[in-house]
Design a binder for this molecule. Sequence first.
Ligand code: URA
Length: 432
Amino acid sequence: MNIIEIIEKKKRKEALSEAEIAYFINGICDGTVADYQASALLMAICLNGMNAEETAVLTDKMAHSGDMLDISALSPTADKHSTGGVGDKTSLIVAPIAAACGVNIAKMSGRGLGHTGGTIDKLESIPGFQTELSDTAFFEQVERIGIAIVAQSKNLVPADKILYALRDVTATVNSLPLIASSIMSKKLAAGADIIELDVKTGSGAFMKTKEDAMALAKAMVNIGKANGKKTAALITDMDTPLGANIGNSLEINEVIAVLRGEGPDDLKKICLALAANIIFMAKNCTKEAAQDLAAAALANGEAYKKLKEMVAAQGGDVRFIENPALFPQTAYTIDVCAPRSGYIAEMNAEAIGMTAAMLGAGRVKKEDSIDMSAGIVLHAKTGEYVKEGTPLATLYTNRENIKTTACKQFLHALTFSDTAPQPHALIMGEVI
Ligand code: URA
C-alpha cells in the first residue's frame, strides 16, 4: 500500500478501506505522508465524498491518533460543539446554564479562524484566564465546580490539528465527511458521555443550505451514537450574525448581559434550547422539565454565578465579569449609517465576520495575533426597517488605516429592500 494508490482510489470515487484510512492517518502523524500528498487526498475527499462507513472509520482513526481522556468517573458529563459562525458565543452561555442545573460540563473548545470566532479566543480576552489546563487539572475542576472550558490539550487528536491546518489553506474545509470527522474525533477523545451539537446553516456557516446542515447533523449524531454517546443536534440559523456583538471581549460582554437576564432574544432562545437538550439527555427528564430548569437557572442568576466560578477557577479576573466597563476599549469607534431607508433584506454573516477580522478581531492566517477589543456591535438586524442615516453598526478597531475599507466592506454585506423580507426560523431542525 502507498499513499499515491490511496489518492488515485479516491480520485476514482472508490471507497477507502479501514487499512487505507489508517495508513493515511498514521502517515500524517509520523511524517511519512507529506503535506502535499495529504492535501491531494483531502481535495479528492472534498470533491468525491466518503460514505458513512468511511466517515466513521476516519473519525475513529483520528480520535485514536492521540490521547483518549477518561473522565468516566465524573459521569454523566456533557460537551457541546458548534460548527462555527459569526457572533456565536453560545457555548459560554449554554455551559454555565447546564452546569447550574447540575450537569458536569467538560468542554474542549477551539480558536477562531477566518470569518468564524472561537470560544478559546473569547475566553482569553478575560485578563488572566487560563485555557491550557493539564488533563488532571481539567478533571479536578469539573469534579470540584462542575464546569471547565479548555483548549484541546496538545496530544488530543493530533491528526485533526494537522488536517485542519491543511484544510484551511487548501479550500477543503466545507466537506461533510471532513467536518464530521474533525468535530466528532475531538468529542470522542475528550471523553464526555453527552454531546450536544449546534449545526449552523446560512451565509456565515460552512454548510450554506439547510439540507447540507441536516445531512452533517445526521452524520455526526450517528457517529456519536455508534460510539455509545448520547448525541443530539440542533440546526440553527447563521444567515445573520447571532446576537449583536462580534469580536472577543465584545462577545464576552454580551455573554454577561444574557447571563444577567438581558441581551438579545435570538441568542437567548438558541442558548436555552441547547442547554435544555443537554439537561434532557443528562437527567432523563421530560423536554419540558429540562426547558423549565434551563430557564430558571438563567432567571435566578445561578448560571451567571457559574460563569464567575469558572472564570475564578481558571485564573481569570472576575472584576471584569462584574464590571464589563473594565475591558480595554479600542482607539477608534466608527458608526456605519444606513445609506438609504428600507428594510434590511440580508446581512451576509461571512462578510461581516471578515470585516470583524479586518478590524483586528480575527485571524486571516493561523499565526496572526488577535486584538481582543476589536469587533462590531450591530444596532439593526435582518428584517428591521431603518431610516437613511441611522447607525447600523459601530466598528471598534485600533487600526486607523483600515477604517474606510472596513465601513465599505460592512455595507457591502447588507442588502436593502422596500418590502419586509420573509422572517427566518432561528431553530430550523433537530436530530435526536
Ligand atoms: N469545526 C471543527 O472543529 N472542524 C471543522 O472541520 C469545522 C468546524
